[in-house]
Ligand binder design. Structure first.
Ligand code: HEM
Length: 552
C-alpha cells in the first residue's frame, strides 16, 4: 500500500513537472514567434556571418549603395539583418535614427566590434555611459569650443600648413591625405596633452599607427597577433601620457603650495585633472587621450581630401571658393583669426556639402538594453541598431539631386534637421565638430589661394563607423607661391596604407591576397596613372568572390 502511494506521488509529481515544462516551453516558443512576427522585415543571411560579407563587399565596390538600396526596396527604410556578428535592425529612416541617437543608456548603449572594444578599454568615452560619459563629454566639449583653443589651433595650423606646402616640389608625389594627417595629428596631440613636435611626438605617431592598425582585426590576443601588437603599442603610449599627467599634477600642486596664480587650461589633460571629482583617475585620463585620437585622427584628412575631389568636379564651386578666400586674404593681409575662417559662408557650405556627400562616418551602431518600439518598429533587447546616415544623406526625398555636389543648397537651409547628422546627435554629438570645420577651412584656404588644380581621378571606398574610409585621389595642380605652371601629382594613398587596406579587406572576406606590386612598382604606377587598372583587377576579384558567396 505504502509503495503504491509513493508511486502515485512520484507519478503525479513527474506529470506536474512535465506539464509545467511543456507549458513554459510552448509559452516561450509562442512568445518567441510573436516577437519574430513583430520584427521588421528582412533576412539573417548566412549562419554566423549573416550579411556582413555582402555589406562589406558592396562597400568596396563601385556601387556601395547597392546593399542598402536593395533592402530598402524590398523591406522598407527599416529592416532586419545580421551584421558584424550581431542580429541588427538597420535604420535608413531619419526620424527613427534620430530617436535612437537621442535615447540614453536606459534604452541603447554604444556597440563596436570586439577588436575595437578590446583596444579602447572599458573606460573609453566611446563606450562609457550615464553620468561619467556626460561629465567627460561636457568637459571636453566645452574646452574644444573655447576661443583660446581655437586661436591656438589657428596659429599652429596656419604655420604647419605653410611649412608643408612650401616643401611641395615640382613633379613630386604628394600624399594629400597623409599631409593633412601629419598636420592634424600634431595639432590634436598638442590640444590633448600639450606635446609640441619633437621626439616624443614622433614616438606617439609611430605607436598610434601600430595601435590603429588593429581596429578591425580578429579578436585574438595571443602574442604576435595583430590585436596583441596594437595593445602593446597602446601600453607604450599610456606610459608616456601618464608621465605627462604626473608632471602636470606636480607642477599644479607646487603652484598651489606657493599660492601662485593658476593658468587657464591649455589642453584636455589640464581640464580633466582640474576636475574635482575623484572619478577621473590617471588611468581613465590616459586611456581616453588615446581613444580621443581614434575619431579625430583620420576624419579631418578624409574631409579635406573629399572636399578637394568634389571641388575639382565642380569648377563653379571652386571658383566661388577661390574668390571668397582671395578676398579674405586681401582684407586681412594674411593675418586671419579663427572667426574669419568660420564666418566664410561659402567655405562652410562647401564643408557641409562634403560632409553630406562624403559620409565620413557612414553610420553608428547601438545595442538595445530593453525591448523598444520606435515609430512602430520593434527592436528586441540585445539586438543592435545600425543608424545608417549615408542612405539619408543621399536620399532624393531629403536632398534634391542628392548625388550632385551643390554647396549652394545650404544657403539659408536649416542644418539642425534630423536628415543631416554627419556628427551624430543627442548626448554623443561629436564634441570635435567645430575643430573639424576650422581645420578643414584653414587647409582649403591655403590650398586654393596658393594653387590651381585640375584633373582628379578618385576611387572612394565607404568606411564603417570609426574604421576610416579609404579614398585614393590622384590629381594635378598648378601653382605654388608664384602661381607659375608647376605640375604636382597628389595622391593620398601611400604603399603601406594601400596594401593594408586591401589586405584587411581580403582577410575580412577570408580570401588570401598578395599584392602584385611591390613598393617601387606602386610608385611607378601612381606616377603614370596606372593604378586604376590594378584597382579594377581588385574590384573584379571582389565581384567574383561576392558572386560565389552571394545568396540573396
Ligand atoms: C569630419 C570630422 C568628424 C566627424 C565626421 C565626426 C563624427 C562623429 C560622430 C558621428 C560621432 C558620434 C558617435 C556616436 O554617436 O557614438 C562622433 C563622436 C565623437 N567625436 Fe567626432 N567626428 C569628427 C571629428 C572629430 C574630432 C576632430 C574630434 C576630437 C578632437 C572628435 C571627437 C569625438 C569624440 C570624443 C566623440 C565621442 C563622444 C561621446 O561618445 O561622448 N571628432 N564624431
Amino acid at each position: 500500500m505504502d509503495n503504491l502511494v509513493i508511486v502515485l506521488w512520484a507519478t503525479s509529481l513527474a506529470v506536474l513537472l512535465l506539464s509545467t515544462l511543456i507549458i513554459s516551453q510552448s509559452w516561450k516558443t509562442r512568445r518567441g514567434s510573436e516577437r519574430t512576427q513583430r520584427l521588421p522585415a528582412g533576412t539573417r543571411g548566412w549562419p554566423l556571418v549573416g550579411e556582413t560579407l555582402h555589406f562589406v563587399s558592396c562597400a568596396y565596390s563601385p556601387c556601395p549603395e547597392r546593399f542598402m538600396d536593395k533592402r530598402r526596396l524590398m523591406y522598407g527604410k527599416v529592416f532586419r539583418s545580421h551584421l558584424f556578428g550581431s542580429p541588427t535592425i538597420v535604420s535608413t529612416d531619419a526620424e527613427v535614427s534620430r530617436c535612437v541617437l537621442q535615447s540614453d543608456a536606459r534604452a541603447f548603449v554604444p556597440w563596436y566590434p570586439k577588436s575595437l572594444t578590446e583596444l579602447m578599454g572599458k573606460s573609453s568615452i566611446l563606450l562609457i555611459n550615464g553620468s561619467l560619459q556626460r561629465r567627460v563629454h561636457g568637459l571636453i566639449g566645452a574646452f574644444f569650443k573655447s576661443s583660446d583653443l581655437k586661436s591656438q589651433i589657428t596659429r599652429d595650423m596656419q604655420c604647419y600648413v605653410q611649412e608643408s606646402m612650401i616643401n611641395w616640389k615640382d613633379e613630386q608625389l604628394i600624399h594629400i591625405q597623409d599631409e593633412t594627417k601629419n598636420i592634424v595629428f600634431q595639432i590634436l596631440v598638442k590640444g590633448l596633452i600639450g606635446l609640441e613636435p619633437g621626439k616624443e611626438m614622433q614616438f606617439l605617431k609611430q605607436q598610434f599607427k601600430e595601435f590603429i592598425a588593429g581596429l578591425m582585426s580578429l579578436p585574438v590576443k595571443l602574442p604576435g597577433s595583430r590585436l596583441y601588437r596594437s595593445l602593446q603599442a597602446k601600453k607604450r603610449m599610456v606610459m608616456l601620457i601618464k608621465s605627462i599627467i604626473e608632471e602636470k599634477r606636480r607642477a599644479k600642486s607646487s603652484k598651489n603650495n606657493n599660492n601662485t596664480c593658476l593658468r587657464p587650461p591649455r589642453d584636455v589633460v589640464d581640464v580633466l585633472i582640474d576636475d574635482p571629482s575623484d572619478q577621473l583617475t590617471d588611468d581613465l585620463i590616459s586611456d581616453n587621450m588615446i581613444d580621443l585620437m581614434i575619431p579625430a585622427e583620420d576624419s579631418v584628412p578624409v574631409l579635406v581630401t573629399l572636399a578637394v575631389k568634389y571641388l575639382s568636379e565642380c569648377p563653379l564651386a571652386l571658383q566661388h571658393l577661390v574668390e571668397e578666400n582671395m578676398q579674405l586674404k586681401k582684407r586681412r593681409e594674411g593675418h586671419l583669426q579663427w572667426s574669419d575662417y568660420m564666418s566664410s559662408s561659402f567655405t562652410q557650405d562647401v564643408i557641409t556639402e562634403t560632409l553630406r556627400m562624403g559620409n565620413i562616418i557612414s553610420g553608428i551602431m547601438r545595442k538595445a538594453v530593453k525591448d523598444m518600439e520606435i515609430k512602430g518598429h520593434f527592436i528586441p533587447k540585445g539586438w543592435c541598431v545600425f543608424t545608417y546616415f549615408r542612405s539619408v544623406h543621399l536620399d532624393d526625398n531629403h536632398y534634391e539631386e542628392a548625388y550632385k555636389f551643390n554647396p549652394w543648397r545650404w544657403k539659408d537651409k536649416d542644418m539642425s534637421s534630423c536628415s543631416f547628422t554627419p556628427f551624430g546627435g543627442g548626448q554623443r554629438l561629436c564634441p570635435g565638430l567645430d575643430l573639424a570645420r576650422l581645420e578643414a577651412s584653414i587647409f582649403l584656404h591655403h590650398l586654393v589661394t596658393n594653387f590651381t588644380f585640375g584633373h582628379v581621378d578618385v576611387n572612394v571606398i565607404v568606411g564603417f563607423g570609426w574604421v576610416p574610409l579609404d579614398c585614393h585621389v590622384l590629381f594635378e595642380i598648378w601653382g605654388g607661391s608664384d602661381r607659375s605652371p608647376h605640375q604636382y601629382i597628389l595622391c593620398h594613398s601611400d604603399y603601406s596604407s594601400w596594401k593594408s587596406t586591401f589586405s584587411s579587406l581580403f582577410s575580412a572576406l577570408a580570401v588570401s591576397w598578395k599584392p602584385q606590386l611591390d613598393e617601387a612598382q606602386f610608385g611607378e604606377e601612381i606616377k603614370h596613372g596606372g593604378l586604376d587598372a590594378h584597382h579594377s583587377n581588385i574590384a573584379a576579384l571582389l565581384r567574383d568572390h561576392k558572386a560565389s558567396c552571394d545568396i540573396s
